[in-house]
Design a protein around this ligand. Structure first.
Ligand SMILES: *Cc1c(COP(=O)(O)O)cnc(C)c1O
Length: 486
């Protein structure tokens, strides 16, 4: 359903028109066939669009406006939300001394960059209550895998080779079971109870001397705080397993509670979510991992150490799981996270948590008048609604999400977590104003009225976007990536 509002760049072509000007060539032309194997030499001119400079500028500017981002509108995606992207972070990441260092430079010439990494690790230790942190992993899932590989190395070093299972709640983020599988474990699912929390009886049933770890998010993926976390820690530790914390979204507990104090042995953080790194277009990200003391020997190497105010990379780590990434992590994202933590300070980070939780609860309460609320408790940074009632009117959650596009919003996460029917998962984030929250709520309530009075308008949405509904499978499996002239 491509709306013909804007001709494609090839359709603007006028033979001979160019968008650049270069001086006359004043060096001898080379014969390409002498420099390249024959099959690589082009015989025909490349079929490129021939347009003026202004046409090409307008083309790309128009394309950029078709994107939705945090700088253009509200983006209440649950769980994987890209949160705040302060511009000062971008300025700092572009400082010459940060942007132009090379990872192969001599350590003595990059002491400042190493100090920033070291200090960031110290801050993350303090924030999570862990004993050591590595900045190497490049994403949340990568951090999960790194943490699990350390847990595996730990059990193996203790001669505990039968610990082949990782327990994961049914509300967990999809990367948890995936990482466990890639790390060579078998995943065992533990059920949620009617309150949306881990069912302790079911946990006791699945835990055993083959348990390597429990992977948990707290608050969990339904946005609910696992109240029985200390008891769960006792059950897992009692069986000889380790506790893994998925800290992708820490903005519900920052400066309030620490995974380390809840009994967790390993935690990963997504600096490209909670700590303001942008993650548009899939990256780059940063997923540091924190561990308790007994796992320190297994950290990826090299480990950054400070001695007499000099920073060095220590490669002499015989028990390390090895490198998990070339060089030292996505440094640019780490600079942004460091800048954010330093601009906020501990009080600022506490305010983040308070506003994130307040905004989510405000929105949840107002929307619960029209949508089903499967777990009627205070939420943390996000909450889950169900479109069950609207489904009876013939309007699915997918339709509601598509209709939101017409109001200029990025839709929330839908159909996840899997344990809620017609699930709608919303994270408003801490930085949005009450006015923005209210207009989004108004749009959500208007869609419910439309579903009751005029369901077609919702079922056929979106009406205002360039592209309507895609066949998502086809778009992913057989994307059309090049223009073919008819
Ligand atoms: C985003 C997210 C992840 C995965 O992080 P990536 O950087 O996308 O790999 C894991 N767990 C939770 C709870 C998340 O929200």
């Amino acid at each position: 359903m491509h709306k013909e509002d804007q001709p494609l760049i090839f359709e603007l072509t006028k033979p001979g028109r160019i968008g650049y000007s270069l001086p006359e060539m004043d060096i001898p032309e080379v014969d390409m066939s002498e420099m390249l194997p024959e099959e690589y030499v082009r015989v025909e001119e490349a079929d490129l669009p021939e347009v003026s400079e202004l046409d090409i500028m307008r083309h790309y500017t128009a394309l950029s406006k078709r994107n939705h981002g945090v700088d253009s509108g509200f983006y209440p995606l649950g769980s994987c939300t890209m949160k705040y992207n302060p511009k000062i972070n971008e300025n700092v990441a572009r400082f010459n001394g940060f942007a132009h260092v090379h990872p192969l430079q001599d350590e003595s010439s990059v002491q400042g960059a190493m100090e920033l990494m070291y200090d960031l690790q110290e801050h993350l230790k303090e924030i999570t209550g862990m004993d050591e942190v590595t900045l190497q992993p490049a994403a949340g899932a990568h951090g999960e895998w790194t943490g699990l590989m350390m847990i595996r190395a730990y059990h193996e070093a203790n001669g505990d080779t039968n610990r082949t299972k990782v327990i994961v709640p049914d509300s967990a983020h999809g990367t948890n079971p995936a990482s466990a599988t890639v790390a060579g474990f078998e995943t065992v699912t533990v059920k949620s109870n009617e309150h949306g929390l881990v069912d302790l009886e079911d946990l006791k049933r699945v835990v055993g001397d083959d348990t390597a770890a429990l992977m948990l998010t707290n608050p969990n993926t339904l946005g609910l705080f696992e109240e029985n976390i200390l008891e769960m820690a006792e059950i897992i530790h009692g069986a000889g397993g380790k506790l893994y914390y998925d800290g992708a979204n820490l903005n519900a507990v920052l400066s309030k509670a620490r995974p380390g104090d809840m009994g967790f042995d390993v935690v990963h953080l997504n600096l490209h979510k909670t700590f303001t790194g942008p993650h548009g277009g899939g990256g780059p990200g940063s997923g540091p991992v924190g561990v308790k003391a007994d796992l320190i020997p297994y950290l990826p190497k090299p480990v950054l150490v400070k001695k007499d105010d000099v920073f060095t990379f220590d490669y002499d780590r015989p028990d390390s799981i090895g490198r998990v990434k070339p060089y030292y992590g996505n440094f640019g994202i780490n600079v942004r996270a460091y800048t954010y933590i330093r601009t906020m300070g501990p009080d600022g980070l506490k305010a983040v948590t308070e506003y994130a939780v307040l905004n989510a609860n405000y929105m949840m309460r107002r929307l619960s008048s029209a949508y089903d609320l499967p777990f009627d408790r205070h939420c943390k940074h996000e909450f889950v609604l169900s479109g069950k009632r609207q489904k009876k009117l013939g309007v699915r959650t997918l339709d509601i999400a598509k209709r939101l596009l017409d109001f200029g919003y990025h839709p929330p996460t839908i159909y996840f977590p899997l344990n809620v029917e017609e699930c709608i998962m919303i994270e408003p984030t801490e930085t949005e104003s009450k006015e923005t929250l209210d207009s989004f709520i108004d749009a959500m309530l208007q869609i419910v009225r439309e579903a009751e009075e005029n369901p077609e308008i919702v079922q056929e949405a979106p009406h205002t976007t360039v592209i309507g509904r895609l066949d998502e499978t086809l778009a992913a499996r057989k994307p059309v990536l090049k223009y073919v002239k008819q």
